[in-house]
Ligand binder design. Structure first.
Ligand code: ADE
Ligand code: ZN
Length: 338
């Protein structure tokens, strides 16, 4: 989709994006440009033909395309260009802080060294404050449909880069790959001073959310929408104010939820859960951060105060230092109040 042009008369709410796969920001235009630069042939003749493939029946049907398109990402420059393209779009959508996932194994398995990925991404992220007015963090994800040994090897290979990585995460095909499979690597990550997050309760059952909390010791749960099936789990998440990074457009596109009007976001807020709104893989799911805010506002009739609560939650749930968090919260409070 074309980048949103900021409207200075009506700027979007300041917000943090806490659930964003950088590989999921690969727009068709950039995919074709990188394919040409790297001599890679895509299995689609045109950008439109590629866009027509963006119709998913479930998480796996999306992941098949998501991993296939990564073939165009080969050099440091490719990863830097990808991150710059995301940051420009994020800025136009009011994103002031972004905690960005990347999938090292999806690249190292294709012969792209981990250093190429991290150096390329950090080269762009290092300019984000000055060029886009956005603070950033990096979150390294393990692919849960790969082995626990592969996750451990990835973590060891990442040790030279840990000063640039804030947290570890867990993504890819959820069902059949419970969080407990990754207990050891999460213990190592925590020992190394990293924060921990994990996708759980997207397609997987509430039991996976319990495991993410009790076995992995996560600081946040990514998605987590299926927690609503287990009142005891909801009570736990509310009591500990564990943030949930919910991705509304993703949920509809991947058929986790039937329609946006059915999204349980209001019920989650009413239950006292610390919910945030995020874009997941915006190039594939039809919108970036503010597009998700707009989609839930329109379909669920959310008022301005609720949107402001969601924006505040995004900063509260972030891994920012307290002073920067407070400064952003003040921006949200001041927004649109003349
Ligand atoms: N990788 C990229 N997007 C994902 C999602 N929504 N769930 C699990 N893994 C992913
Ligand atoms: Zn995700």
């Amino acid at each position: 989709m074309p980048p949103t042009t900021p409207n200075p008369a009506n700027p979007p709410l300041p917000k943090a994006e806490l659930h964003l796969h950088i590989e999921g920001t690969l727009e068709p235009e950039l995919a074709f440009a990188l394919a040409e630069r790297n001599g890679v042939t895509l299995p689609y003749a045109t950008e439109d033909a590629l866009r027509r493939a963006y119709s998913f029946s479930d998480l796996q049907s999306f992941l098949n395309l998501y991993y296939a398109l990564m073939a165009v990402l080969r050099t440091e420059n490719d990863f830097a260009d990808l991150a710059h393209a995301y940051l420009a779009r994020a800025q136009a959508q009011g994103v002031r802080h972004a905690e960005i996932f990347f999938d090292p194994q999806a690249h190292t398995s294709r012969g792209v060294p981990l250093g190429t990925v991290v150096e390329g991404l950090t080269r762009a992220l290092d300019t984000a404050g000055e060029r886009y007015g956005i603070t950033t963090r990096l979150i390294m994800c393990f692919l849960r449909d790969q082995s626990a040994e592969s996750a451990l090897a990835t973590f060891e290979a990442a040790r030279p880069y840990l000063d640039r990585i804030t947290a570890v995460g867990l993504d890819s095909a959820e069902v059949g790959h419970p969080p407990s499979k990754f207990k050891e690597v999460y213990a190592l990550a925590r020992e190394a001073g990293l924060k921990c997050v994990a996708h759980a309760g997207e397609e997987g059952p509430p039991a996976y959310v319990w495991e993410a909390l009790d076995v992995l010791g996560v600081d946040r749960v990514d998605h987590g929408v299926r927690c609503l099936e287990d009142p005891e789990l909801v009570a736990r998440l509310v009591a500990d104010q564990v943030p949930l990074t919910v991705c509304p457009l993703s949920n509809v596109r991947l058929r986790v939820i039937d329609t946006m009007a059915d999204h349980p976001l209001p019920a989650m807020l009413d239950a006292g859960l610390l919910v945030t709104v995020n874009s997941d893989d915006p190039a594939y799911f039809g919108g970036y951060a503010d597009d998700n805010f707009t989609a839930v506002r329109d379909a669920l009739d959310l008022d301005e105060e609720t949107l402001r609560t969601l924006a505040c939650n995004s900063f509260r749930a972030s891994f920012l230092d307290e002073a920067t968090r407070e400064a952003y919260l003040k921006e949200v409070e001041a927004h649109g109040r003349g």
